[in-house]
Design a protein around this ligand. Structure first.
Ligand code: UDP
Length: 240
């Protein structure tokens, strides 16, 4: 892998990618493989912040759709992200990658609270920092959490690792003529309501000039290729 152009990145992984081929929950083998991807990227000298979703365990919207109070369901979703963060911490540390989890909901028995200066110090010392519990408030998602942490940690880019290899002009699953963008402007993503991240996350990245790189994390070695500018991805940036 050639040297990456970024010094510090925020990698957002949807909870779904932790399921592997399961329908639900955490597949330890898949988490181990994801940790390998993170380690390979870190071994190039990158500083890495991680945000992991919770959709493999619980989504607030799904609970609300079944009659639950939305805020209550969202808190459950946030707790799901903490479980995923601990699973990823375990997998990274088994590979010898020092890691700290910081949660936006304080849980001092299991992890640190979010303290920006402390997170800075961890990164300087070569630790991966996993930010859990999104922004710590209901009615948000971990995409917004990722954009917020990318901004406050002054990351050079937000990489969103999902099941698809980028952003399409329409749903590629239902439309064989769907075209993937190589680059696309923040404004186009918002105006066309392209399904990448929620609008508040895209707007936060736009306002702080943080490029969003959407790529498939399911292919082995793809994070490294994308960071080297050799993978298949869509970059959301200004004036694309
Ligand atoms: N959530 C929340 N506030 C946040 C982040 C997450 O309320 O700041 C809740 C919300 O219910 C969400 C769930 O946690 O559905 C899991 O996060 P998300 O849906 O973003 O996970 P992903 O789709 O990335 O797996």
């Amino acid at each position: 892998m050639s040297s990456p152009k970024f010094k510090r990145i925020l990698l957002k992984l949807s909870g779904e990618v932790l399921m592997g081929s399961q329908q639900f929950g955490i597949d330890p083998g898949t988490v181990a493989a994801l940790a390998q991807e993170v380690k390979a990227a870190k071994d190039t000298g990158l500083e890495i912040c991680l945000v992991i979703g919770g959709g493999n365990i619980f989504r607030g919207m799904a609970g609300a759709a079944k009659g639950m109070d939305r805020a209550q369901a969202d808190y459950m979703g946030m707790l799901a992200t903490v479980m995923n963060a601990l699973a990823m911490q375990n997998a990274l540390e088994q590979l010898g990658v020092p890691t700290r989890v910081q949660s936006a909901i304080e849980m001092d028995k299991v992890c640190e609270p979010v303290i920006r200066r402390r997170a800075e110090r961890h990164l300087e010392k070569g630790r991966v920092v996993i930010f859990a519990a999104g922004v710590g408030e209901p009615y948000f998602t971990t995409d917004s959490g990722a954009a917020l942490r990318a901004a406050e940690m002054q990351c050079d880019a937000l990489l969103k690792g999902t099941s698809v290899d980028g952003i399409y002009d329409c749903d590629p699953k239902t439309n064989p003529d769907a075209k993937r963008y190589d680059t696309v402007d923040y404004g186009t993503v918002l105006a066309k309501n392209l399904k990448v991240m929620d609008a508040s996350a895209v707007a936060l990245c736009r306002d702080n000039a943080i490029p969003i790189i959407v790529f498939s994390i399911r292919e082995k070695g793809n994070l490294a290729r994308v960071l080297a500018g050799q993978g298949t991805q869509t970059t959301v940036q200004k004036g694309a």
